[in-house]
Design a protein around this ligand. Sequence first.
Ligand code: KIV
Length: 288
Amino acid sequence: MSTISKKIGVTDAEQSKNILNDRKVMTVPDFRARKGTQPLVCLTAYTAHVAHLVDAEADMILVGDSLGMVIHGMPNTLGVTIEHMIMHGQAVVRGAQKALVVVDMPFGSYEESPEVAFRNASRIIKETGCTAVKLEGGQEMASTIQHLAARGIPVMAHVGLMPQQMNTAGGFKAVRDEDSWQAVILDAKAVEAAGAFSVVIEGVAEELAQKITKSILIPTIGIGASAHCDGQILVFEDMIGLFPRVPTFVKRYGNMEEMMINAINRYSSEVRDRSFPAAEHTYKPKKN
Ligand code: KIV
């Protein structure tokens, strides 16, 4: 990774832009080495072209199991299969050049045993060409993370609000109550000790995210976990305003839904009044 040195007369924003434009292909050790330095920019992507667009800025692209909800219309992530993850993972790997591509392990594909997890994680890596997998869980998943990491599979962990545990938690519940903080700190420490190269912290109180970030040596990637994390991730569709749900932690950087509705309305009225297709969209006879 290039050394970050401040150039005279260059603003912080310009400096970050130059670092990103000069950047090389992101490896797992590079990602890990960003702990406590330049914030890590992470986004989800599920298609090749979106991956290509995101790749221009992001350090990491996650093919998250949130695709079940934002792409396939499921009510939660529990119905997502390995086949879904592989199909979208392949598309994203085709579109990304520099960012680290991480693919989520879906519910039911890793919890049974470290051996089952290895079989499914290695299949995801072989069939998609991604670099790493992500799985949800803390202390209870430590032996699985250790098993994978020791066998050549880089693992990003995911603690705090774990969407795959929504049925036991009674919904998507942020961790705000101070009584539950210690368990999340122990989870983060356990996944670090097991060999995870990074950890997503989802839906936790600001002070808790800060405590975790200070107490472990791997980068924390926050989603609803404050600016104290080493990086941030958002679901792409949430970020561009293409999904109706807007949880507290989502900032919409665009309103694609409005643009799409506008385009659909204009298209349908032009088809109805026959102003589309116009002459410039129409083939003329070829004269020999
Ligand atoms: O599935 C997903 O998109 C995720 C992010 C929310 C971190 O796990």
